[in-house]
Design a protein around this ligand. Structure first.
Ligand code: HEC
Ligand code: HEC
Ligand code: HEC
Length: 468
């Protein structure tokens, strides 16, 4: 898997919104008091109303020993891949789906559970309807609310027949005995009902008659099972996706998940065909590589029938297209010139933004010695002007790729791009980043590159500590 070390632990972008709130107010006490008060007011009534029906939970006829139709199991396998169940429900070096992967949040750590059919430590005693209820309502077999780190705000849109196929697939995996570690989290489970009352909208999405079947299938997958918005949509202070900024770009594990709507920062318009290639192989020659938290997503989609990925691509391309013409014009490219040559300015540009020549010159020199051999003219990596990491609102991804390099997928040989974390000090890295932005995009300079560099380094250090 690409960048194995960076993608862990999986996202819970709840973090970023909360962290912002935390920065600007006096954090914990306020949030906790708020949640506590709301919980007191709403939780009881709401939870009772919702869960009285859960008395039927825990049907005595679980499924691991049942025999399932192989076609159904095969369909469940690729649907589970679209849902990235393995990414969250597998610990590093752990057995697939056996859980135990820590998801860090500002509230503490939540562990993804064991979803193998082990009867004691997994979901082996869950009936199909227990499972359906978990996916659609975000409650466990006993009817307790589940933390929305489990993206049931999206899975609630998944059709019963698709959920049943995933159930058949999971129930035919090997049961693994693995007890999920206890969560270390400040928000008590009962407070989840408040969150749900505020933000959770259960139920299917109505098809949009204004669009064709492929677009509708794509939206069904993107908003539902694939939960693309789990990373690509910004979140509010309580960790809920901002509905009105659907796919407008989010943050995950320190990476920027770029906008996939009309605010897409891509230097050239993504076509549906390019999206299919990128999503299924993790690389597209006109846009680059799926790194960071996107790497396992693309890895999973490589096992999914092309028609499904095409539908996703059709929908995303349509979402991005909305103002692409305007963007191309603003960037000085001819409108509609898809795949137009990316920006590349002269290193000695007379632009006022490069008035501060010293860092630019240093960055220039570093680029020529460290990067140009591969990236100039796209000899090994793509020409950097093609990459959204140059044009996006933050330098987060550019910094992380430079620090970590690009690694081949699991099972593939060779190193694609070396990690520069040991080779460049913070000042060099910052001036390189500033230089690249000025050279390879027409966007305004990034503010506070130094702060981003320091943040990325801190994250790397804490990961190193964890893994040692
Ligand atoms: C982004 C991470 C993430 C993804 C993706 C994810 N899950 Fe989970 N899931 C979790 C977490 C975390 C929990 C535990 C929540 C809690 O403890 O309240 C969980 C809980 C569950 C539960 C409840 C299990 C129990 O013992 O209570 C089921 C069932 C489940 N997930 C199934 C799935 C399936 C099926 C998929 C793929 C379609 C999936 N999950 C994808 C993070 C994830
Ligand atoms: C040994 C060749 C090599 C060197 C040296 C190298 N790269 Fe790369 N780089 C690659 C390859 C291969 C990829 C993966 C294909 C791609 O996405 O361009 C890549 C990917 C990238 C990407 C991701 C582009 C995207 O969005 O997909 C960025 C950004 C990047 N490199 C920046 C740099 C910078 C900055 C330097 C110098 C500090 C550098 N690279 C040095 C080979 C190299
Ligand atoms: C676990 C978090 C996560 C999920 C889920 C996710 N993405 Fe991403 N995605 C990212 C990150 C992080 C990047 C930036 C990666 C990079 O620059 O190499 C990204 C990059 C992309 C890009 C490249 C954008 C550009 O302009 O370069 C596309 C396209 C994309 N994702 C589509 C999707 C689609 C479609 C889905 C759902 C099927 C999805 N993503 C689900 C995290 C995620």
């Amino acid at each position: 898997m690409l960048n194995n070390r960076i993608i862990e632990p999986p996202y819970l972008a709840t973090a970023s919104g909360l962290l912002n709130l935390v920065k600007h107010t006096r954090p914990w006490n306020i949030i906790l008091v708020l949640i506590g008060a709301l919980a007191a007011a709403v939780a009881v009534a709401w939870a009772m109303g919702r869960h009285t029906s859960s008395a039927s939970a825990g049907s005595p006829h679980p499924g691991p020993d049942a025999s399932y139709d192989q076609t159904l199991v095969a369909k469940g396998a690729w649907l589970a891949a679209i849902g990235n169940c393995n990414t969250c429900h597998t610990a590093s070096n752990g057995r697939t789906f056996a859980g135990g992967r820590p998801l860090s949040t500002p509230f503490g750590t939540i562990y993804a559970t064991n979803i193998t059919p082990d009867r004691e430590t997994g979901i082996g005693s869950w009936s199909a309807s227990d499972f359906l209820r978990a996916m659609h309502q975000g409650v466990d077999r006993e009817g307790r609310d589940l933390y929305p780190a489990f993206p049931y705000d999206h899975f609630t849109h998944v059709a019963n027949e698709d959920v049943n196929a995933i159930y058949a697939f999971l129930m035919t995996r090997d049961p693994v005995r693995a007890k999920t570690p206890a969560n270390r989290i400040l928000v008590p489970r009962p407070a989840i009902s408040v969150w749900k009352a505020l933000y959770f909208k259960p139920g299917p999405l109505a098809p949009d008659a204004a669009h064709d079947a492929s677009w509708n299938r794509g939206r069904y997958l993107v908003d539902g099972l694939a939960h693309c918005g789990g990373c690509h949509t910004p979140r509010n202070a309580l960790g809920a996706e901002k509905e009105r900024e659907d796919l407008a770009g989010g943050t995950v594990e320190g990476w920027r998940a770029p906008a996939l709507n009309e605010a897409s920062p891509a230097p050239s318009l993504w076509t549906a065909e390019q999206l299919v290639v990128y999503l299924r192989t993790g690389f597209d020659a006109a846009h680059g590589t799926a790194a960071g938290a996107m790497a396992p997503v693309a890895h999973n989609l490589s096992s999914v029938p092309e028609a499904e990925v095409s539908a996703i691509a059709v929908y995303i391309a349509a979402r991005m297209a909305a103002s692409a013409g305007a963007r191309a014009t603003a960037a000085g490219n001819a409108p509609g010139s898809q795949g137009a040559a990316p920006v590349e300015r002269s290193a000695r540009g007379d632009d006022a933004r490069q008035a501060d020549v010293r860092p630019a010159k240093d960055g220039d020199a570093i680029y020529r010695t460290a990067c140009a051999d591969c990236h100039d003219g796209g000899r090994r990596g793509i020409a950097l002007g093609y990459s959204s990491s140059m044009t996006d609102t933050t330098p987060a991804n550019l910094i992380r790729v430079t620090l970590d390099g690009i690694h081949p997928r699991e099972g593939e040989k060779g190193e694609l791009m070396p990690a520069f974390r040991g080779a460049l000090d913070d000042t060099q890295l910052a001036s390189l980043i500033a230089f690249l932005r000025a050279r390879f995009s027409r966007a305004p300079p990034w503010q506070d590159i130094g702060g981003e560099v320091a943040k990325a380094k801190r994250e790397r250090e804490s990961e190193d500590r964890k893994s040692s």
